[in-house]
Design a protein around this ligand. Structure first.
Ligand code: MG
Length: 168
C-alpha cells in the first residue's frame, strides 16, 4: 500500500456518552422522557434527562459530530426546560443527514431511589420512538449507588450509554 492509500473506512462506528445531574427538591424527575414520581429531580437548563443526554452524546460521538453542549448550548433560551427527547430527535436527524443509521444503543442509569425497574419498558419505548428504531435495538439498565458516593447518597443521577451506528 502506498503512502497515499488509506484503509477503507469501517462501516460501523461506536460512540460513548455519559452524564450527571445534581438532584434537588422542586424539580421533576425525568428519565428517558418519562416523568417518574419522586421528591427530587435533576438540576439543569433543560429537563435534565441524564439518560437522554448520555444517549445523545453516544450517538454524536459515534458520528464524530461533536457533543450535546455544542448542538444545544445551555445558555440558549430556546432550550430552557426543554424536553430532552427533542434533542434526541434532532441528533438522530443530524446523523441521518450525515448518512448514518443506528444499529443499537445500550445504556445504564445510576440512581439510588426510586427503583427504576417498573419504568424501564416505557423509557425504552420513548427512546426507540424518538430515534426511529425498533424496541429490540434499545437497552436500558438501572442500578443503585449501593449507598456510597454521590449517587448512593441520593445527591445525583448518572447515566452512561454506548451506541453503534452504521454508514448507509
Ligand atoms: Mg445533562
Amino acid at each position: 500500500m502506498s503512502g497515499k492509500e488509506r484503509p477503507r473506512m469501517a462501516a460501523c462506528r461506536i460512540g460513548i456518552g455519559t452524564d450527571v445531574h445534581r438532584l434537588v427538591a422542586g424539580r421533576k424527575l425525568i428519565l428517558g422522557g418519562l416523568r417518574i414520581p419522586f421528591a427530587k429531580g435533576p438540576l439543569g437548563h433543560s429537563d435534565g434527562d441524564a439518560l437522554v443526554h448520555a444517549t445523545c452524546d453516544a450517538l454524536l460521538g459515534a458520528a464524530a459530530l461533536g457533543d450535546i453542549g455544542q448542538h444545544f448550548p445551555d445558555r440558549a433560551p430556546q432550550w430552557k426546560d426543554a424536553p430532552s427527547l427533542r434533542f434526541l430527535r434532532l441528533v438522530c436527524r443530524r446523523l441521518a443527514e450525515a448518512g448514518y443509521a443506528v444499529l443499537n444503543l445500550d445504556a445504564t442509569v445510576e440512581l439510588e431511589r426510586p427503583k427504576l425497574a417498573p419504568y424501564i419498558p416505557r423509557m425504552r419505548r420513548n427512546l426507540a420512538g424518538a430515534m426511529g428504531v425498533r424496541l429490540s435495538q434499545i437497552s436500558v439498565k438501572a442500578k443503585t449507588g449501593e449507598g456510597i458516593g454521590e449517587v448512593g447518597r441520593g445527591e445525583s443521577v448518572r447515566a452512561a450509554a454506548v451506541a453503534l451506528i452504521q454508514k448507509l
